[in-house]
Design a protein around this ligand. Structure first.
Ligand SMILES: [Zn+2]
Length: 403
C-alpha cells in the first residue's frame, strides 16, 4: 500500500505542465492553438513582399518548427505568437498544457466524467479505473473492527446525513496517525489524499457553473479560499465533526481546544480575519473534512454526485465574490494595528485602470506592493493581499501548529 506522500508526488508528476505539454505535443495540439489575433498588416498574398518584414533568424531549415528539445528556447528574440517571414511560429509551452487542461474541462462539462476520461485517454494519459479494485478497497475497510466505536460512527453518520455501507471507511476517515503508536494499523491519510482531489473537483465544478460572470483569476481565488485548510476546519467546527476525531495526542487536543476557544471568541466579530492570521486552524481539522469526503466517495463507488449531495450542505454558506473582495485589506488593517505597523496607500489612475501603491513600514524594512484594477476596492484588495503574503513570510504565525 502506498503512503500518502508518495501518492501526492505521483499525482503532482502526472498533472504538471511538462507532462501535459508532452501529451499535447503527442496529439499535435500546437497546430490548432490560436495564440494571437489575425493581423491583416502581416498577411501577404503568395509572391508579394511583406510591407512589414520580419526576417527569419530562427535557424531552422524546415518550414515548420520541429518539436524536439533542441527547439525549446527561452530566447526572447523569438516573438511568441508572431510568425517570421518563413512562417515559423513559436509558442509558449504553457499555452499547450493549458489547452490540454481546457479540453479535458470542456469534455467534462459537456459529457461528464466518462467523456473526460475518454479525452484523457486520447491524449495518452493512462487512467486505469478498475471497478474490482474499488470493491477490494471496500472489502479491506470492512475488516476494520468498528464495533466498540459504533456510537461514534452512528452519531457522525447522523450529522453527515449519510449512512455508510462500509462503516470501517468512516472510522478510518476519522482516525489520526497518532493512534498508530497504540497499534492501530490504519489512519485517515490515504482517504485524505483522495478526498482532497474530490473536493477540489466538486468545488471547481460548483464555481464554474454558478459564477459564469466572474473572471478566471477571481474563480481561482474563490477556489483557493474554499478548498483551504482554514475553510475546511471551520466547516468541521461548524458541524461539530471534530469531537469525533480518534487520536492519541495531547498536543493535538490542546491545539484543537485552543482553536475552538479562539473561534468562539471571534464569533460575530469583525476581527475574524485577524484570528485567521494569529490562530491558524490545526491541519488535522481540515484533513478530516477531506478524508470524510474521500470515505463517502469510496463508499458510493466513486460517484462524485453522491459526495456533493452530502458535502454541499456542510460547506454552506459558501464564500462568494462579495465577501472575498474585501478581506485582504481588512486582514492587513487589523494585523497592522495589532502589530503596531502603519499602512500608507497612494492611488493613481492610468486610463480606466486604477493603481494602488500600498506600503507598510516594519522596524527594519519597508514593504511595498501594488494592485491594479478598474475597481478601487479590488485594486486595494490586490495590493493588500500582496503585502499580507510578504508580511506573513517575514513573521510566520504559529508554524508549530502544523506537524
Ligand atoms: Zn523563422
Amino acid at each position: 500500500m502506498k503512503h500518502e506522500g508518495h501518492l501526492s508526488d505521483m499525482r503532482s508528476n502526472a498533472v504538471c505542465n511538462a507532462t501535459l505539454h508532452k501529451h499535447g505535443i503527442w496529439r499535435s495540439l500546437q497546430g490548432y492553438v490560436r495564440d494571437s489575433a489575425f493581423d491583416p498588416r502581416r498577411w501577404v498574398a503568395p509572391g508579394q513582399i511583406s510591407l512589414r518584414p520580419f526576417p527569419c533568424n530562427c535557424g531552422i531549415e524546415t518550414a515548420f518548427v520541429p518539436t524536439n528539445g533542441r527547439y525549446i528556447s527561452d530566447d526572447p528574440s523569438f516573438v511568441v505568437g508572431k510568425p517570421c517571414d518563413r512562417a515559423h511560429r513559436w509558442m509558449c509551452s504553457k499555452a499547450i498544457s493549458d489547452c490540454v487542461e481546457a479540453l479535458v474541462g470542456a469534455y467534462y462539462v459537456g459529457g461528464g466524467i466518462v467523456a473526460a476520461l475518454w479525452v484523457m485517454k486520447w491524449f495518452g494519459i493512462e487512467i486505469k479505473c478498475d471497478r474490482t479494485l474499488v470493491q477490494e478497497v471496500k472489502l479491506n475497510a470492512s475488516y476494520i473492527c468498528y464495533l466498540p466505536k459504533i456510537s461514534v460512527i452512528e452519531e457522525l453518520e447522523a450529522k453527515l446525513k449519510y449512512n455508510f455501507s462500509v462503516k470501517g471507511l468512516l472510522l478510518e476517515a476519522i482516525t489520526h496517525p497518532s493512534l498508530q503508536e497504540l497499534g492501530v494499523d490504519y489512519c485517515y491519510q490515504r482517504l485524505e489524499f483522495l478526498g482532497d482531489s474530490v473536493l477540489d473537483l466538486l468545488i471547481t465544478r460548483y464555481l464554474y457553473v454558478t459564477h459564469t460572470d466572474v473572471d478566471p483569476g477571481e474563480l481561482t481565488d474563490l477556489r483557493s479560499a474554499l478548498v483551504s485548510n482554514e475553510n475546511f476546519a471551520e466547516v468541521v467546527l461548524r458541524n461539530n465533526i471534530h469531537s469525533h476525531l480518534q487520536h492519541g495526542s495531547g498536543i493535538l487536543l490542546e491545539q484543537i481546544t485552543e482553536y475552538v476557544r479562539s473561534n468562539l471568541e471571534c464569533q460575530g466579530k469583525v476581527n475574524k480575519f485577524l484570528q485567521h492570521a494569529t490562530c491558524k486552524a490545526p491541519k488535522v481539522l481540515g484533513d478530516i473534512m477531506e478524508s470524510i469526503a474521500g470515505a463517502i466517495f469510496v463508499d458510493a463507488d466513486f460517484n462524485v454526485d453522491v459526495v456533493w449531495k452530502i458535502v454541499e450542505p456542510l460547506l454552506s454558506p459558501m464564500i462568494t465574490p462579495d465577501n472575498l473582495a474585501l478581506p485582504p485589506y481588512r486582514e492587513l488593517l487589523e494585523l497592522c494595528s495589532h502589530l503596531g505597523y502603519f499602512i500608507n496607500s497612494k492611488c493613481s489612475s492610468k486610463g480606466e485602470e486604477l493603481s494602488i501603491e500600498m506600503s507598510v513600514q516594519l522596524r527594519d524594512e519597508l514593504l511595498i506592493a501594488q494592485g491594479q484594477d478598474r475597481n478601487k476596492k479590488s485594486a486595494k484588495a490586490k495590493a493588500a493581499a500582496r503585502i499580507l503574503a510578504d508580511l506573513k513570510e517575514k513573521r510566520p504565525f504559529n508554524e508549530t501548529m502544523f506537524f
